[in-house]
Write a protein that binds this ligand. Structure first.
Ligand code: SAM
Length: 284
């Protein structure tokens, strides 16, 4: 069989919509301004393909027209951010974090603090697999957790993701990501045969909200643990450093910050120290 010819990389002449350097630069600038997302030159095709859908939906013919529309229509900002954000996630992703969280947060709470306040924040929660994992770990260690003062705040800039997390409904294939002892927290969906819904006792621990991490945070904390994983990879170094300082100020002394595997912090951040693989503890 003859070898398949490699597909040529798309160039501007082959594209459905005219997409100039100025268009790309302008959109990169907006992504940074609105969401702190730093898009590298290598993301040019990704930006084109994700936003082409918006042009088709709006009946526009060029990216220049789209930029004007975006400039004049506040509501389009949300669609723009939803289109360019990367939402890849799964249950029990980077599972060593959940082992640590179980041993250093959930189990000590069950032993010593039952009845006390416990607050967790999943910042950049995407479609909800991360906060639902946190909630399942808590439910397994603290059997009557839904009657305790235990809450998880789950936030994301992407409104479609926040809506999906709130529904708590996932394809049944997601169960492959979930260790067996946690399967009991999934129920068959009443509306879609091949879907599962996270059990109410687990879902009830979580409040999903839309929040842009670049803006003012409308709460004071303190949190016993913050998960902000695979979010800061999209930010540049100064944005990331600033965010780490803001997270540190929101964690109670002794509380934990969990970050993604490729996000380890460069330099020293006052008030937190490394205590495990991509796990930091508020010291003072
Ligand atoms: C790759 S997902 C990570 C999901 C989850 N934390 C995990 O590790 O599996 C990154 C998420 O960060 C969100 N995000 C990006 N920029 C944001 C911002 N400025 N404020 C809040 N969320 C943001 C995206 O919408 C996306 O859902």
């Amino acid at each position: 069989m003859p070898a398949a010819l490699p597909l040529p990389a798309p160039n501007d002449a082959m594209r459905e919509f005219h997409f100039s350097d100025a268009d790309f630069r302008g959109l990169v600038e907006l992504a940074y301004q609105y969401a702190g997302i730093a898009l590298a030159d290598s993301k040019r095709n990704l930006v084109y393909s994700r936003l082409s859908r918006r042009l088709r939906a709006l009946g526009l013919r060029t990216f220049a027209e789209y930029r004007t529309y975006l400039d004049e229509t506040d509501a389009e900002r949300e669609n723009f951010i939803n289109a360019i954000s990367t939402n890849l996630t799964k249950f029990f992703r980077e599972s060593h974090h959940f082992d640590h969280f179980r041993d250093h947060v959930a189990v000590p709470y069950a032993r010593n603090k039952a009845g006390g306040r416990l607050r967790i924040w999943s910042a950049g929660c995407s479609s909800g697999e991360e906060p639902h994992t946190i909630a399942m770990v808590l439910k397994r260690e603290i059997r009557d957790v839904e009657r305790q003062d235990v809450r998880i705040l789950a936030t994301d800039i992407d409104t479609e993701m926040v809506a999906r997390g709130t529904r708590g409904e996932y394809p049944s294939s997601s169960l492959e990501e979930v260790p067996r002892p946690y399967h009991e927290y999934f129920e068959r969906s009443a509306t879609k045969a091949d879907n599962l819904v996270v059990a109410r006792a687990v879902r009830s621990l979580i409040a999903f909200k839309r929040l842009n991490l670049m803006e003012t945070w409308p709460f004071k904390g303190p949190f016993d643990a913050i998960f902000c994983r695979n979010v800061m990879i999209y930010f540049d170094a100064p944005t990331k450093a600033n965010l780490i300082d803001r997270f540190t100020a929101m964690i109670r002394p002794g509380g934990f910050l969990y970050i993604g595997h490729s996000e380890s912090l460069n330099g020293v951040h006052p008030g937190i120290s490394l205590v495990g693989r991509t796990i930091y503890r508020r010291t003072a």
